[in-house]
Design a protein around this ligand. Sequence first.
Ligand code: 4NP
Length: 179
Amino acid sequence: MNNCDNKRAMAEERLRQVPVKRVLFVCLGNICRSPAAQGVMQSIVDAGGASSSWVIDSAGTGDYHTGDLPDKRMRVHAMRRGYQLTHRARQVSEADFGRFDLIVPMDASNERNLRRLAPTPEDEEKIVPMAAWINIASRYDHVPDPYYEGAEGFELVLDLLENACDRLFEAVNEKKQPL
Ligand code: 4NP
């Protein structure tokens, strides 16, 4: 098991042990990748009948887009897959480490910024990159920023997010074996 798998397994175990699983997805602007991750995860949780045991949110390490809806292009691509994205962008803060059990950066730069922000070593352990759950495209060790890309960049992000969110939900929601 490599370091990333280990961090992922530990995070999944922590989430299994809390009755309400609080997950925060984080990117740079909080208008493309992380609000899409929030929408995809919420949809999976709702479809799995688990809405009351998950709290899903998203935030950005930057504050350039505070208060904005997700980028129009991301809203259009997400809507084609049935996800309505209505989140308003906000900047991540130190207080988020007290509010969430798992904090999921989209790329290495988001991860570095979150590690700097984490108030305690225990809080830092809540940070696990989204790539830890991606297994459809092994060359992606991060969710690439689609902001300066074309339509295929947004589709790729949604493919990666659906893969990662499915796997996170399955791992945490696994039914206990009956005695
Ligand atoms: P996100 O994409 O981090 O996935 O929300 C970006 C959105 C805006 C900018 C960069 C990335 N920006 O530079 O404004």
